[in-house]
Structure formats: C-alpha cells, structure tokens
Design a protein around this ligand. Sequence first.
Ligand SMILES: Cc1cc2nc3c(=O)[nH]c(=O)nc-3n(C[C@H](O)[C@H](O)[C@H](O)COP(=O)(O)OP(=O)(O)OC[C@H]3O[C@@H](n4cnc5c(N)ncnc54)[C@H](O)[C@@H]3O)c2cc1C
Length: 478
Amino acid sequence: MTQKFDVVVIGAGPGGYVAAIKAAQLGLTTACIEKYTDKEGKLALGGTCLNVGCIPSKALLDSSWKFHEAQDGFAIHGISTGDVKMDVPAMVGRKANIVKNLTSGVATLFKANGVTSIQGHGKLLMGKKVEVTKPDGSVEVIEAENVILAPGSRPIDIPPAPVDQNVIVDSTGALEFQTVPKRLGVIGAGVIGLELGSVWSRLGAQVTVLEALDTFLMAADAAVSKEALKTLTKQGLDIKLGARVTGSKVNGEEVVVTYTDTNGEQTITFDKLIVAVGRRPVTTDLLAADSGVEIDERGFIAVDDQCATAVPGVFAIGDVVRGMMLAHKASEEGIMVVERIKGHKAQMNYDLIPSVIYTHPEIAWVGKTEQALKAEGVEVNVGTFPFAASGRAMAANDTGGFVKVIADAKTDRVLGVHVIGPSAAELVQQGAIGMEFGTSAEDLGMMVFSHPTLSEALHEAALAVNGGAIHVANRKKR
Ligand SMILES: Cc1cc2nc3c(=O)[nH]c(=O)nc-3n(C[C@H](O)[C@H](O)[C@H](O)COP(=O)(O)OP(=O)(O)OC[C@H]3O[C@@H](n4cnc5c(N)ncnc54)[C@H](O)[C@@H]3O)c2cc1C
C-alpha cells in the first residue's frame, strides 16, 4: 500500500529537519527523506550544516583559537605554558565526535516527535508524489499533501582548480587535513575561505588568499571590511585582491597555481589548496520533467516570498532558493512554510537575517550598511564605539574592532548594526532583536546594560548616534 503523509520533506539539513520537526509538532504526519551517509556508511541527518559546514568549521576554529591563545595569548596574563603542541588528528577527531553527537541528536528528535525518517534519494513526481530510491536500489513512491524541497547546496567547482580532495580540496576536504600544510592557498576571500584560512593559519600554515574581486568583503559595511582586512593581514593571512586564478598543476604533493593580477601572470606553489568560491544549489535528479516546479536562470528553485513554488502544496527552502545561504535562514523558512501549511499567517523578515564570519575578531552585521543606505538616498546618523575603550574587552585582552550603529537621521530608527570584535555574533543578535521591534538608537541608549560587558559597546554606539556616548569622545555633538 502506498504510504501517504501530510508533509514529505526532501533533505534533512537545517532547513529540512527543522521543518519536519515543526510539522510533526503541529500534528501533521511527516516524513523526511535524506541520502547522506557518514564515513561509516550510516545515514547522517543534519545536512551540510551539521556534517561539513557550520558546526565542524566552528569546532576547528575554536580548537585552533585555543592553540593560538596558549601559544601567544597567555603570557600577558602571567601564564607560561612552555612548548605548546597541536595534535591535529585529535583536533579533527574532537570535531568528528561533535558532528556525531549532533547528527544522532537529530535522529533522536525525529523519533521523539514522530517524524518518519526515510533513507534514500527523493525525487518529486507530478501530483505531489515522491519517488524514493533506497540504498539497495529499490524504489518506493510515497504520496504527500504537501512537499518541502530542502536539498541544499554544494561547493562550486572551477575549471582552473579541479578538486581532487587530496592536494586541491573544497571546504569539506579542508576540515579533514591530518597535518598542518606548510603553504596553504585559499581561492576566495568569502566567509568560508576566511574561516578555514584562519584555522590553518593559527596552527602555523603560511596562508595566501587569492580573491578575484578588488573589494574585500563587499557585503559588509565598508568600515568593517577595512578593519577586517587590516586585522586579518596582521594575523598573517596574505590576502591578494584582484588575483584571478587561471590554472593549477598538481605535482605530487604540491600544486603550482597560476593567477593574474595588475602585474600580469603570477605563479605560486602550495602544499594544499582550498577552493572556496561559493556554493551552488543542488537540484540534480530532484524534479521529474513534469513536476511543474520551475528552476530560475541561476539554478535556484523559483519561489515566492513565502517559499511556495509554482505547484500548489510544493515548497522549497534553504540554500536551494534565492537569498543568503545560511543555516538560520533555511530553518526559519522551514518554520514559516509549515506554519502556512497549517493555515497560520507567517512571514519571516528577510531584512533582518544576521550574517556572521567567525574569524577573530568575529565580524557580524544585521540590517543595511552605511554605503547601501546612502546609495538609497537615506540620511543617517552613525555611532561607533571601539572595544579599545571597553573595560570588559581590556580585561579579556581582546580590544580589536568596534560596534557601529546606523540610524535613520529623521526617525532615529536603527537600520543597521555592524560589529567587528569579540563576541560580535552574540552582540549583533541584540541589535537584531531591537530592530525587529523597531527600536530607535535612543531606545537602545536608554536601556540598562550590565557592567562590565561587551554589550556595553552596543549601548555606547547607540548613544553615540546622537552624540551621547559617555566613554568615548563623540564625533557628533548634541
Ligand atoms: C564550511 C562551511 C561553513 C558554514 N558555516 C556556516 C555558519 O557558520 N553559519 C551559517 O548560517 N551557515 C553556514 N554555512 C552554510 C550552511 O551550512 C547552509 O546554509 C545550510 O546547511 C543550508 O541548509 P539546507 O537545509 O538548505 O541544506 P543542506 O544543509 O545542504 O542540507 C540538504 C540535505 O539534503 C540532502 N539531499 C539533497 N538532495 C537530496 C535528495 N534528492 N534526496 C534526499 N536527500 C537529499 C543532502 O544530502 C543534505 O543532507 C556553512 C557552510 C559551509 C560549507
């Protein structure tokens, strides 16, 4: 007998698994189809995020930061450590354990919530039927009232640097090095390239980042990207802007990379090369020709603001649809879709999705940049507060960076919060909460913040918007 569910989700990444759990919580019979298996060949839920993305990269970032601190950051506190050593396989093993805990945690959550987990490749057929090809090759067709497509994305390959997962790796391969490469090349100065470059640089690799664009971190506020470039360069990342990779040749255990910049053609040799030039949506064998779901010109599944496709009852969420490729965006889209399936009014606020780069210092922002607002003709007041003036940051010996709050000059409504500095990811979320409720800079300035905290930097930056900062000279006078 054909199985039938209220909701069938294809893909168990942060978009799909969250949608499936939410659907089950709302009383809908739900199945989630996932094909990814771990190194032991076992079904692993959680998608890119838990298996080879957000979580493993942060595990390595945290380990490598602790190593860096033990090596260079303790002496100022009066702590001497002697010779600090890094056991790379142990670091990578710790990361693998965290991944295992979290992915098996999703399986437990599926059981606890009554989600039927189906292992296999899912394909949408006409009439909201889903064909599942199981690992043994058998095929089953299940029926659904609603289908949520959440197949995610995969790294983009570039012909000049074909990935062999040995010398030339993608982000997944870069999480698995068993030794620290002496000379590491990274193609792409985006979030993933900077995070993975930072990991291996902290452990002693000589890191060169080749970025085709002339502008560094174009999506960030210009003041933040300028500070980030200065700081990361000081940390030892050799970031070459306007460097377009044109070819590569693997010779045994090294690779010679050719790129062009303003001085013409250059070559450089690396022991490992990470290709981190972005990700593309996964739609391979996902849709039958007559499924009715459309793909846009950039390869994403075409959806409206509520993630509905052209076929009633079929939705698509996460990296496979327009917008930022972020786990929290995928999850919130999943929740929005399920709420709408249930008949509730739900709309997520695409204007307030925070972005974070987990370098040190962290870089995070929510809302618009000063340059974008000015380009739109919006008059703004800006307040900044440097962590160098924060007692808490001084106590932690972590004083790089600043908080920048941008408010509408006419209404004082906060339109952007940009942070480079310690715990930027957490601080920016406070800005996002305020902005969701339409906070003004004055509102933020009137709130009581605990002392001493890094959050006080947000308070002071909000006060500075109208010339009222206490612990720094105000650029704007009241
Ligand atoms: C190194 C790295 C670091 C990152 N760090 C961050 C971060 O710090 N913060 C952040 O927000 N984002 C981060 N991301 C991005 C984040 O991982 C993605 O945005 C997020 O995982 C997208 O979620 P998703 O559910 O859309 O897709 P995915 O997580 O890609 O999951 C899709 C799942 O669908 C499965 N699938 C695909 N097709 C089928 C099919 N036909 N049948 C069955 N199963 C199928 C896949 O196997 C996969 O498991 C990072 C990514 C990388 C690579």
